[in-house]
Ligand binder design. Structure first.
Ligand SMILES: FC(F)(F)Cc1cc2c(N3CCN(c4nnc(C(F)(F)F)s4)CC3)ncnc2s1
Length: 492
């Protein structure tokens, strides 16, 4: 049972990064489970002081002289903790829920307690993810509501209620074998919240939003990792708090050393980004952290997570390692093709749109202009790179097939033809578009259309009409015009 114990109180007042790390270390390694409410209030208080309420004006040079790490007093944290405990224990009559394992009604009740306390103001600002924000401003973002429900559940002694995370949504699991699921927060803009419902129906849609049944299921320690990962050091669009970033980085390494990030690809990606900004001596470099994120997704989530590949691709792009970046984006596309695009998948749509319509064209332009660097120029003569770009687009086409919502539009084809036309025609002749035999395909082979001609899969290039039903009882998007464009171009 978590509670605000004397052993926790002795860490206060917190005066610098290392005192916060010691509090987290004690909570993570201590005999009983870490107190999510205590840690979230503390971390949120520090983030607030370092990003929103910076004690000194951010322009004058006095900041260079005086440290601005806030002193976190025990009575500040204790007052907010007591406020949360009073709200939660005062609103949930546990005698109504005598069962050993939590019921859907109890989960919905806890969600209602958090939900009904929220102010109506807009929720996609930064720094709304902690209980500090909830208790001082009645504001939480989508993640913050789900996290708050789990922290409240812990206060109520409901140790079967845990946080479930996809790459753009959060919900909870509960019950005897932890497989019951419930929506507890909203998602995106203009979508009715589905709080209280199980997520089984949404998973059936094969949408990226629910990772097709491969979300990160947290235990209490991974819930601490989620809280730390969700911390936000940004002060403005152009400035980050160095102190907050350093604290987040040190806490993530503490969690990493305790193996609490091993099944959490996004947290490994976040750590990789922080290491790029400010490398920690003696620690693995960003690329190996991104590789660990990829390996974790392959090992634990049947390679259904996209972000590990876009974390690595983005890093390689920034380092002007363009060939390897394009390889990562082809692997990201190899993941998304397993899903059907639904209207709540906008976030990942924007990710692929930026890669296709900005990053790859920028690379092709950069290597065309910079003809002095032969290493870069021969990218346009490299059949492997050309093949990876085709694989990148093919995955997006497959993502669209069978989806209720189209993905591609003519703008995509314009950028596609711009990028592909920059490649030398002889290079374009050299590649083989056959799919690897062992590749697990979204459709089973007998559904595969097109026939084999001398080992190359010839896709029906008349934009072959597929039957309107794709066996999933949904109107399927016709074979997309892009595939036709690519096929026709190869005959040029
Ligand atoms: F709970 C939700 F709804 F907020 C979904 C979650 C998001 C997220 C996250 N993110 C989101 C992805 N993210 C990325 N930053 N860069 C990314 C990449 F495009 F470079 F891959 S992805 C920042 C951190 N980092 C840790 N945990 C989580 S749980």
């Amino acid at each position: 049972m978590a509670g605000f114990k004397d052993r926790d109180k002795r860490h206060f007042p917190l005066t610098d990064t290392s005192s916060v790390v010691k509090l987290f270390e004690d909570q993570l390694k201590g005999s009983n489970e870490p107190n999510l409410a205590l840690l979230s209030i503390t971390l949120g208080c520090i983030e607030n002081a370092l990003t929103l309420n910076r004690s000194v004006p951010s322009t004058d040079d006095s900041t260079l002289l005086r440290p601005i790490f806030p002193v976190v007093d025990l009575d500040t944290v204790e007052a907010l903790y007591t406020k949360f405990e009073t709200l939660v224990k005062g609103s949930v009559d546990l005698t109504k829920y005598p069962e050993e394992y939590s019921s859907r009604d109890l989960v919905k009740r806890i969600s209602d307690v958090i939900w009904s306390s929220l102010s109506r103001s807009f929720k996609d600002k930064a720094h709304l993810q902690s209980l500090y924000s909830f208790l001082t401003g009645n504001k939480l973002d989508c993640f913050g509501v789900a996290f708050g429900v789990v922290a409240a559940a812990q206060l109520l002694g409901r140790n079967d209620i845990h946080l479930a995370l996809s790459e753009d949504h959060a919900w909870v699991v509960f019950g005897e074998d932890g497989t019951d699921t419930a929506e507890v927060t909203w998602h995106g803009k203009g979508n009715e919240d589905k709080r209280g419902q199980s997520i089984a129906l949404s998973v059936a849609e094969k949408s990226w939003l629910y990772l097709n049944g491969q979300p990160v299921i947290c235990n209490r320690l991974m819930e601490v990792a989620a809280m730390v990962s969700a911390a936000n050091p940004s002060i403005s669009m152009t400035m980050d708090s160095i102190e907050m970033g350093a604290l987040q980085q040190e806490l993530l390494w503490l969690l990493y050393d305790e193996s609490h990030l091993s099944k959490y690809p996004m947290a490994l990606g976040n750590l990789g980004d922080l290491e790029e900004i400010s490398p920690t001596p003696g620690r693995p470099p960003p690329l190996s952290l991104f590789q660990e994120a990829i390996s974790s997704s392959v090992k634990n989530y049947a390679n259904h997570h996209v972000y590990p590949y876009t974390y690595m691709g983005g890093y390689l792009y920034r380092k002007r390692r363009y060939k390897e970046a394009i390889k990562c984006w082809a692997e990201a596309s190899n993941v998304i093709r397993k899903f059907n695009y639904t209207r709540e998948d906008e976030e990942i749509y924007k990710e692929f749109l930026e890669i296709a319509n900005e990053l790859i064209p920028n690379i092709v332009k950069a290597v065309t202009l910079n003809t002095l660097d032969h290493e870069q120029l021969n990218l346009l003569y490299d059949p492997v790179v050309y093949g990876d770009i085709l694989r990148f687009y093919d995955g997006i086409c497959e993502w669209e097939e069978g989806s209720s919502t189209p993905v591609l539009h003519v703008g995509w084809a314009q950028h596609l033809t711009f990028s592909l036309n920059k490649f030398d025609p002889r290079t374009r002749a050299k590649i083989d578009v056959g799919k690897d035999e062992d590749e697990e395909d979204k459709k089973s082979d007998d559904e595969e259309d097109g026939e084999e001609v001398d080992g190359k899969k010839v896709v029906d290039n008349k934009g072959g009409v597929q039957d309107s039903e794709n066996g999933k009882g949904k109107a399927a998007v016709q074979k997309d015009p892009l595939k036709v464009v690519v096929e026709e171009m190869k005959e040029v």
